[in-house]
Ligand binder design. Structure first.
Ligand code: GLC
Length: 809
């Protein structure tokens, strides 16, 4: 961590003037600007050389000051305050301090003082700056996106620097000098830092009150977040300016909504991207890929997408095919498409340095590659050997790249897999790579490289195919990456601790705005084994992005690779994912509208329950399913914490009261899953081979009768799953309100939207859990139970219309 004791602290505040959004103050030789974004969000900016950087990164995608805000400015001898309905921002004048409190007096941020009583509101030295804030040892910290270790970040320090974790070249700097036995000295440990993605956004939870505040530093330079000290935290960036959004909270979902209003929300994904994905780094031929597709169909393993890693290319040249191995790629893509498979190919940013190769020549001609300080094309070492890197900071490079991707997709590819975009440069140091036609140093944009790559790719796809939703999977990223791409967690290991790591990491992503995430299921490096693979698949099918991926040279990790017993279990697991597709998809629609995660740490929905804050080996999948993966070999049972509410054991239908711990048995064919009492979980009746063209005539509504009186909301969104028409209303969006009052349970459905041409559904099958009603009243009509699903099923002949169904328990 950086030594900052010798930094120059800012202490002297000069003239303070009111502005239409807040205030402007002279602080030492710089300007401090405090702008109110809304009642509960404030932005703080400090100039450098008297000048403000008005667009520090590409993370914020809206004008933060577009909305109205009401506030009052007041001043006395000691301070100037800005007061809204939710918070008070205090600029203390002598010495300089900046604090934010809620109107009830509770702290949002408070400047820390050192042992000599000197305040560290802002200190700087040679472009680096640091801020220090008060906290308490027992507080908690969440967020920062893709970080290793426990999801409560308190007690540890983190670096923000997009890193190809398993590469000794890239990671060496971070493993060097670590004490013997320090897990952070080991790239494969579940404590290693930094990772591939940088999201400088975190929550600070006060103990025991449970309230949360948050901070987003709009800065792409290398940053350090230090939470290891007991009584303060420090945030330091090695360049750029102090531009910070401070969120008063106090609720985590509210903060996340505000944060994603600024940085964008997870795009509505195509439905097929929520299916099961089969990927492997392997030297496939065309026939082998087709055989792989056939095997999934023959073995009845539902699967939507087959992925091609670097070996499909001609000598690792992006946007080419190895025509010896793939003599008829268009034909292969068409035949796979006929069987309901989408194909996704890897596209790395590195373009082989190879005069005569069209993409390279075009890049040189258009002058869209990154340069060195001297003006050369920067060359790194990646798969193809010497490689040039598109300068995504320029619009020209993004446009060019977007066009190449669009052509590639139009040839029959469904989506794009962006890897090595930290960017990884192998054995060549990355620092020489400059951006903006040589204008900007590497540090300024490194962390945003993948964001800009995904931005260009998405734009290219949208320009060429405006009616289609896009799908990009990215390894690296920055705040805002959710607008363009899903993230996978990079090169994990086929190890139990890495299975666990992906739970906490997925949750970290989720509360940091990125809802579309998943780890390589089964593990990437090292060989999986039957038990680990089984447990990982059982859990992986209940994560937002579900892709089996492994490294070349490992044992096979296909669904059938570990024999028929494992295959049967795995098939059941994947089928469960497909049957839950309406529920999962509806959770994604919600993420695209509000920013809320699909994979949610317990603390997100239960932040005032002190028991849950450190639980990171279980999570909520959507709002209504609680998943407790098996994270160790030989596990026959595990402890599960059930938070507030009623919880139905998914497997046994047993009802548990929340705020309790239960011991769940974990036979090999299942992991613990619970459904929330009061939920209406929409499911497909059967698992199709893929989502392709699947528009069923019935959807099951699994109703979990709550133990006590109350009302619960659930959602179902039905649309074509492919086009952007849904966003403009071509969908049926149903809100279910389940109300229990004594022995009466009512499910009221309210439908909005204009519908879509492929809609085929004619009925809902109401499946009641926790009661055995003899009839359901649909309006005035009494419906008797039908034979489906063991008897407690009622066929409701309603398509896209409001209804009220009532029954007695
Ligand atoms: C990187 C990726 C991995 C991929 C491999 C070969 O290690 O993270 O997913 O399989 O490169 O392209």
């Amino acid at each position: 961590m950086l030594q900052t004791d010798h930094f120059i602290r800012f202490e002297k505040v000069g003239t303070v003037t009111g502005t239409d959004r807040g205030l402007l103050a002279e602080v030492e030789s710089e300007q401090l600007r405090v702008d109110l974004v809304s009642d509960d969000v404030v932005r703080v900016k400090m100039s450098r050389g008297g000048v403000f950087d008005e667009s520090p990164t590409f993370a914020v995608c809206v004008d933060p000051m577009a909305g109205p805000v009401e506030f009052a400015l007041a001043r006395d001898e000691e301070r100037v305050t800005l007061t809204t309905s939710a918070m008070v921002v205090s600029l203390w004048l002598a010495p300089f301090r900046l604090d934010v409190h809620r109107t009830d007096g509770s702290a949002v941020v408070e400047t820390a003082a050192d042992e000599q009583g000197r305040y560290w509101a802002y200190a700087t030295l040679n472009d680096t700056f640091t801020v220090r804030r008060r906290c308490r040892q027992e507080d908690a910290v969440f967020g920062l996106g893709e970080k290793s270790g426990r999801h409560n970040r308190k007690g540890r320090d983190f670096t923000m620097w997009n890193t190809d974790v398993l590469s000794p070249d890239a990671a060496g700097e971070f493993t060097a000098g670590k004490a013997e036995g320090d897990p952070r000295g080991d790239r494969t440990s579940v404590e290693f830092d930094p990772f591939y993605v940088t999201i400088p956004f975190f929550y600070h939870q006060t103990y025991p009150a449970g309230s949360m505040a948050a901070s987003f530093m709009d800065n792409g330079y290398r940053g350090e977040y230090e939470f290891s000290a007991h009584d303060e935290y420090r945030v330091t960036f090695r360049g750029g300016q102090w531009t910070e959004y401070i969120f008063a909270g106090p609720d985590m979902p509210q903060i996340l909504t505000r944060y994603t209003a600024l940085t964008g929300r997870t795009q509505l994904p195509p439905l097929w991207s929520l299916g099961y994905h089969q990927c492997r780094w392997f030297d496939y031929t065309e026939d082998a890929v087709e055989a792989l597709g056939r095997r999934h169909r023959d073995d009845e393993i539902p699967c939507d997408a087959l992925w091609l890693d670097i070996d499909y290319m001609d000598g690792y040249r992006v946007f080419t095919w190895d025509t010896e191995k793939f003599p008829d790629a268009p034909g292969m893509l068409e035949r796979l498409s006929d069987q309901g498979f989408k194909v996704i190919t890897i596209i790395d940013p590195g373009v082989k340095w190879d005069p005569g190769y069209a993409v390279f020549d075009e890049g040189v001609e258009r002058d869209v590659f990154c340069r060195t300080a001297g003006g050369d094309t920067y060359i790194g070492q990646v798969w193809p050997g010497n490689t040039a890197f598109p300068d995504f900071v320029t619009e020209e490079a993004r446009e060019w790249w977007g066009g190449l991707n669009a052509k590639h997709v139009q040839s029959g590819i469904a989506g794009i897999w962006n890897d090595m975009n930290e960017p990884a440069t192998g054995s060549i140091a990355p620092d020489g790579m400059r951006f903006g036609r040589g204008e900007f140093a590497h540090e300024r944009y490194r962390n945003q490289y993948a964001l800009l790559m995904a931005m260009g790719t998405t734009q290219g796809l949208q320009d060429a195919m405006p009616e289609l939703r896009t799908f990009i999977l990215s390894r690296a990223g920055f705040a805002g990456i959710q607008r363009y791409a899903a993230n996978w967690m990079g090169d994990n290991l086929s190890r139990w601790d890495h299975l666990w790591l992906s739970i906490a990491m997925g949750s970290g992503f989720g509360v940091s705005g990125q809802a579309f995430v998943g780890a390589d299921v089964g593990g990437f490096a090292g060989s999986s084994d039957p038990e680990l693979f089984t447990r990982w698949m059982q859990y992986g099918v209940l994560t937002p992005f579900c892709r089996n991926h492994s490294m070349i040279g490992n044992v096979d990790q296909y669904a059938w690779a570990f024999g028929p017993v494992v295959e049967d279990i795995v098939r059941d697991a994947i089928r469960l994912r497909y049957r839950l597709m309406p529920y999962i998809y509806s959770a994604f629609v919600r993420a695209s509208l509000t920013g809320e995660p699909v994979q949610r740490p317990m603390v997100f929905d239960h932040q005032y329950d002190g028991t849950v804050r450190d639980i990171d080996d279980q999570y909520l999948f959507g709002t209504d399913l609680l998943v407790a993966p098996v994270t160790e070999a030989g596990t026959t049972s595990r402890q599960v914490h059930l938070p507030d509410g009623d919880w139905y054991d998914w497997h046994s239908a047993e009802l548990h009261r929340g705020r309790s711990f239960v011991v769940a048995s974990t036979p090999m064919d299942r992991i613990p899953v619970y459904a929330r009492g009061g939920a209406v979980i929409p499911m497909w009746e059967t698992a199709p081979a893929s989502t392709d063209g699947f528009h069923p005539d019935a959807i099951e509504l699994h109703v979990f009768v709550p133990h006590s009186d109350g009302a619960h909301t659930s959602r179902l969104v039905e649309d074509d799953g492919l086009t952007t028409a849904s966003v403009d209303g071509a969908a049926w969006r149903t809100t279910f309100t389940l109300t229990r009052s004594g022995s009466q349970v009512t499910v009221a459905a309210q439908v909005e939207g204009d519908g879509y041409p492929q809609f085929r559904r004619e009925v809902f099958h109401l499946v009641v859990h926790g009661a055995q009603p003899t009839a359901v009243d649909l309006g005035d009509v009494s419906v008797a139970p039908g034979p489906q699903a063991g008897g407690a099923t009622f066929v409701l002949p309603v398509a896209a219309e409001d209804f009220t169904a009532t029954f007695h328990v």
